[in-house]
Design a protein around this ligand. Sequence first.
Ligand SMILES: *Cc1c(COP(=O)(O)O)cnc(C)c1O
Length: 480
Amino acid sequence: MDAAEFRRRGREMVDYVADYLESIEQRPVYPDVEPGYLRSLIPTEAPLEPESYEEVMKDVERVIMPGITHWHSPRFFAYFPAASSYPAMLADMLCGALGCIGFSWAASPACTELETVMLDWLGKMLQLPEGFLAGTDGHGGGVIQGTASEATLMSLLAARCKALRHFESINPKKSEAEILSQLVAYTSEHAHCSVERAALIGGVKMKKVPTDQTFAVRGEMLQAMVEKDKEAGLIPFYFCATLGTTSSCAFDHIAELGPICNKENMWMHIDAAYAGSAFICPEFRPLLNGIEFADSFNFNPHKWMLVNFDCSAMWVKKRTDIIGAFKVEPLYLKHENQESGLVTDYRHWQIPLGRRFRSLKMWFVFRMYGLKGLQAHVRKQVALAKEFESLVRADKRFEICAEVIMGLVCFRLKGSNELNQKLLKKLTKSREIHLVPCQLSGRFVLRFAVCARTTESRHIQHAWRHITQLTFELLQEPGH
Ligand SMILES: *Cc1c(COP(=O)(O)O)cnc(C)c1O
């Protein structure tokens, strides 16, 4: 493909993408394929001779589309939203064209510098304490990680390194292995599974803190566990709080938990993967009060802030904690500016070496939506969730299972778990709307998350009509 053909095909692709997104509602939201469906649709080997672009594109509809779950359909209410907007897609195209690998400042200065400034812009939108921003006198700064899981892992590894160094220095007789075996981390029983995984990868114990009746961790619950573990000779070193849990969007009480972590010399990381975007709205910002006690904070603009995957924003209060934890300096990565102290080499802030120019997506989206446009998006989706909540509340066969604070509604049919499992099965099979379940206090609960950017009231009304129709059919079946 030469530049002339690229121009033509590029325009066609833009049309294909716009057509796809404009007509996405007409496609079943959930695919109707069996595992292994794809292998039989394409050859068993890569082609020896080049094929034409037309042949490739024809196969997109034949091979790919039947196996797609349409995350950007306004009939998609599963998981949490995956952000998508046209400015972000265009910026991503430019990122692909520049194709730079921004592991150090010298590897592409704009890639590093725009990222630092975008994380400051975003930090200001969230009213983060100044100490987290890079362009201040503080010691903090922001970085784009690929996912919230990586941000959690980075924070846990940095905390582990810090704790090891501290206890080795005050107790030189103890071996590293001995200290490691005593370290203990904590998180909510409702934390995302990636937190537990971070502890498995990091090779440290992690304990689940029980939650209150709103599925949130309170200070006294953590304090009690820490006391007990210290008495047993363990070393509490890390707590991961969740703001907006995945199952029910519960908020741990960080204003109570933060002072405990500070007093006990434990690293506090905050995972606000989904809910973090809402803190740009003054009415939701109080939920972030207590952030001043945190060592690191993370949320995913790729969930709710219209920046396409992948873009997970992470801030640390002391950048040396994270940079110093895993620093290696081979000669081929050295550059003459690094000693000046003025440059950031983001390779020290993350697990991989290579990194894409992801801040371009943020820059395009922030400028083309403005803070007001982004706030409007959050508010609209919260209002749609409230609309769905009131439909559920008006139907006596159903119950709401957790307070609706943002764009997620947890609900169920009054009755057995089995009944609700059957309802979800029918919903999934219909492929008309898509939902996933969660478990709250041993109960099987349906999660309804407002996801697509284009979701409107009519989609909420349609989803509810569909749910009640299938409920009616289910309750007609023998045995109910
Ligand atoms: C979605 C989610 C995650 C995982 O996000 P990734 O970016 O895919 O790693 C982590 N924590 C919470 C609370 C989430 O909702």
